[in-house]
Ligand binder design. Structure first.
Ligand SMILES: *[C@@H]1O[C@H](CO)[C@@H](O)[C@H](O)[C@H]1NC(C)=O
Ligand SMILES: *[C@@H]1O[C@H](CO)[C@@H](O)[C@H](O)[C@H]1NC(C)=O
Ligand SMILES: *[C@@H]1O[C@H](CO)[C@@H](O)[C@H](O)[C@H]1NC(C)=O
Length: 500
């Protein structure tokens, strides 16, 4: 009853304010009721991605001009973050386009091929090097096929037909923001074309993550015109490539839209592993207006539909790459510069992405990671709430005024995140234990601040030991300390007992 949707930035803010007053209690009750305890074995057996995928994508730093040297340098740095779960090293768009002449490379079957100046050895040896680092290799593809290949009427592999028999000649065909790619209509020839590009990527090159762009996003029922057909054909093509030794490659949909309808996740959740909720997120603070409400709505929709656990594939709503560290460069709407978010904003971003179980795809230049950014992206409690261990998942328990509260239960405690969305900071706030599913008014718990201390150290003797200064005993409610503008208080609530 209280799904929050941002029709525009202004309206989203308004809805947050209104919904709160009317439905905070009802929403809380509903969410608590819908929390399920899925069976971990089923989840682990059936999926290629038990946790939201983590890794690095070339776009935020290199736009479309990344080459083999630069890419492998970043992958080598990513390998140092492997123990924190970051393992997909992904090339973003236009890898088949020449940086000087702008010409496209494609083979005799119309399939995009790596530009020989940027990728002199092609992708296979690059994928091998990435795998040798213990990582996985990913690429970006666009909607449909390249216009120059269609105009040449190139044959589609495995058919007697050509791309002209596949192309969607209606107004829905061309990608709205990159019209050199044109969508395909849903027929046998088009399906074979999608089969042929996925077969090449997965079997010949060794790709295990595919970001499919210009097929999703947009506020209408099916987003990008003609996108739904592309998604189904691509997903079917990937399914055919699963073998005993090769799990299904991760299939990621892009872009999103700030007017996104989270209800659509119930459709794409059966076909993809992740789908973007928003337009490109940069470090300008815009996500405070959009991403919280969208992530909350997406979480509710996914839970209601059982998408997170029960379906054929695990599915995650994607809040976009993290523009933390040094990002930006030529051909990007951002100069090469340090993340412009304040420290509290960066902690909020990382906490929201994690607790809403978004994929964590870094955008930073990993060769220049500073100590602060490294701490932000490797905090063990934050990464833990991003990973489903099968007990519960993050759910927004209340959005009051301009504050958002999320919680997630684990065997050894409940993690709670209280975010300031007002930009004025929080003070004098209490959140009842019952509101976050911890206990009752006469429950006393140890509350440890996980951005200040290591919450994964076990607390000794049920008291305030172990964690040191950032642990406090609280009874009945969380007494939220002062939170800076757009900051977050992220705590682990543990060792609870009833007091009289
Ligand atoms: C990639 O670009 C860098 C920086 O311009 C350059 O030094 C390097 O030689 C290039 N590598 C390839 C394979 O083109
Ligand atoms: C292509 O045409 C040849 C000759 O007519 C035929 O033998 C073959 O089965 C056709 N292949 C496909 C995939 O339709
Ligand atoms: C950086 O942040 C400040 C303060 O939030 C903002 O006014 C400015 O526009 C931002 N700059 C960029 C490039 O996003």
């Amino acid at each position: 009853m209280s799904v929050l949707i941002c029709l525009t930035r202004a309206l989203c803010v308004l809805l947050v304010g209104v919904v709160v007053v009317v439905t905070a209690d009802a929403a809380t009750a509903h969410l608590r009721g819908s929390r399920s305890k899925p069976t971990a074995t089923k989840f682990a057996r059936e999926d290629a991605a038990p946790a939201p995928p983590r890794g690095w994508n070339s776009y935020d730093r290199f736009s479309w001009n990344v080459n083999e040297t630069q890419f492998l340098t970043q992958c080598r740095e990513l390998a140092k973050l492997k123990q924190h779960g970051y393992r997909y090293c992904v090339i973003d768009f236009r890898w088949y386009q020449d940086s000087d002449t702008q010409e496209y490379s494609f083979d005799s079957y119309g399939r995009p091929t790596p530009n020989p100046k940027k990728w002199p050895r092609g992708f296979k040896p690059v994928a091998e090097e990435v795998k040798a680092l213990g990582l996985e290799f990913g690429v970006h593809i666009m909607k449909g096929a390249l216009k120059p290949a269609i105009l040449k009427a190139l044959p589609v592999l495995g058919t007697n037909a050509t791309l002209k028999d596949a192309v969607d000649e209606s107004a829905d065909g061309p990608c709205t923001w990159f019209p050199d790619f044109v969508g395909l209509k849903q027929n046998a020839v088009s399906a074979k074309f999608y089969d042929s590009i996925f077969q090449q990527m997965v079997q010949e090159w060794g790709v295990s993550f595919v970001k499919h762009d210009c097929v999703f996003g947009g506020p209408s029922t099916y987003g990008e015109p003609g996108g739904w057909a592309q998604i189904q054909m691509a997903s079917n093509a990937l399914d055919k490539l699963v073998t005993a030794s090769r799990p299904r490659a991760i299939y990621s949909l892009s872009p999103g839209d700030y007017a996104f309808k989270p209800q659509r996740l119930t459709e794409v959740g059966n076909y993809a592993n992740m789908a973007r909720l928003t337009e490109d997120v940069w470090d300008n603070g815009g996500f405070f207006y959009d991403s919280f409400a969208l992530a909350a709505a997406a979480t509710r929709v996914s839970e209601a539909a059982g998408l997170a656990h029960a379906r054929r594939l695990p599915f995650f709503a994607d809040l976009d790459m993290l523009p933390l560290g040094i990002v930006g460069g030529p051909d990007l709407p951002h100069p090469t510069a340090k993340c412009n978010l304040t420290a509290p904003q960066q902690l909020s971003m990382m906490t929201l992405w994690s607790i809403s179980r978004s994929p964590l795809i870094l955008g930073a230049d990993l060769t220049q990671l500073d100590e602060f950014t490294l701490k932000v992206i490797t905090n063990p409690s934050v990464l833990r709430v991003n990973t489903d261990v099968g007990f519960a998942r993050g759910a927004p328990v209340a959005v009051r005024d301009m504050m958002s509260v999320w919680s997630v239960d684990y065997e050894d405690g409940t993690y709670v995140a209280v975010f300031d969305l007002s930009g004025k900071g929080l003070s004098g706030i209490t959140v009842g234990f019952t509101d976050v599913g911890v206990g009752w008014g006469n429950t006393q718990c140890a509350v440890m601040d996980c951005w200040k201390d290591d919450c994964e150290k076990s607390l000794s003797g049920g008291g305030g030991g172990g964690g040191g200064g950032a642990t406090e005993m609280m009874t009945g409610s969380l007494y939220v300390p002062e939170v800076e503008a757009y900051g977050v208080w992220f705590v682990k609530v543990t060792n609870c007992k009833i007091v009289s």
